[in-house]
Structure formats: C-alpha cells, structure tokens
Design a binder for this molecule. Structure first.
Ligand code: PNS
Length: 162
C-alpha cells in the first residue's frame, strides 16, 4: 500500500493545496495531509481550525486523511511506515527552499523520497500568506479558497485577524 504524506502549515488551506491533494490522491493508495503544529510559529488559525478546514475540503475524497504532527517531519513519516513526502511546487522561487528541505530530510533519513507536484497554472501564484494579507486589507479572496474557508477567514478577520 502506497501511503504519501503531504505536510504543511495550511494556514489556511487554499485551492492551490486542494489541487495538489486531489491530483496526488489519484497516484497513491492513501494520502495523509499532515498539519504541522509549531508552537514557535504564529498562525492565524490554530491546529484544530486548520484541520477542520482541510477535513471540510476533502470530504469527497475517500483515500485522503487529515492528521497533525509535531517535531521532525522525517520522524512522523517513519512513524506512518512510509517514505513518501509530497510537496507542491508553484514556481521557480519555491524550488530552492523546497530542494534544500528535501535534501535535509534525505540526509536525516536516507529512505525518504520527496516528490514534487507542479501546481496547476491557475493556482501557481496563490499562497496562504498572500490570501491572508489580501483578505485583511479588504481585497477579494473568495476565488482562492473554498466557501467554507472563506467564511472562516472573514470571521477571523472580523474578530481582529492574527
Ligand atoms: O506549508 P509550509 O509552512 O511550507 O510547510 C513547511 C513544513 C511543515 C513542511 C516544514 O516546516 C516541516 O517539515 N516542519 C517540520 C519540522 C522539520 O522536520 N524541519 C526540518 C525540515 S528540513
């Protein structure tokens, strides 16, 4: 059984993430969307909120699960008894950072392979941080996230944002 791990902050999940999830889910038996819990990193949504928004977005995908992890990604991947990490690549600018991370993870655990899924062109400029910034400044972001996430985003901003 091929289990792949798609790790990230997902603060919040965007249609770009969803595109990677849907396309990757067709290539493996099970895809685990693994939300990082990093107490040192400030996020707009807490872990439960981020996981809830992902669960809502993947309801119709039978082989996709949501989970969370704390600490090293490589430890989590091994705990799940797999060796496949999937990352989305939006543009050349993502590459250097992702390449360094993939090499570091490989250094920590030789067995681990990082596979890169090219984001579809229509989503290639979307990032969670840009969506949050535009939303906080009053711009339209409803086309970048699902309706459910949009409601949560607006709710959060009305309560004072970050
Ligand atoms: O969505 P993001 O913020 O780009 O995701 C980054 C993530 C969660 C994949 C990365 O920060 C990570 O793997 N964190 C876990 C800690 C770890 O293993 N760090 C070493 C990576 S080289």
């Amino acid at each position: 059984m091929k289990v792949a791990i798609y790790p990230g902050s997902f603060d919040p999940i965007t249609k770009g993430h969803l595109d990677v999830i849907k396309r990757t889910a067709k290539l493996c038996d099970e895809l685990i969307v693994a939300v990082v819990y990093n107490p040192n990193k400030k996020s707009m949504f807490d872990l439960e909120e981020r996981m809830d928004m992902i669960k809502n977005s993947i309801e119709d995908l039978d082989n996709v699960k949501v989970d969370s992890f704390v600490g090293l990604l490589t430890d989590y991947v091994m705990e799940k008894e797999t060796n496949i990490i999937v990352k989305g690549l939006r543009a050349v600018t993502d590459f250097e950072y992702e390449f360094r991370m993939a090499l570091m993870n490989k250094e920590i655990c030789k067995d681990i392979e990082t596979l890169f899924m090219m984001t579809s062109p229509e989503y290639s400029f979307i990032s969670s941080s840009m969506v949050k910034e535009v939303a906080m400044l009053g711009g339209q972001v409803d086309i970048f996230v699902t309706d459910y996430v949009y409601e949560k985003l607006i709710g959060k901003i009305e309560k004072g944002g970050l």
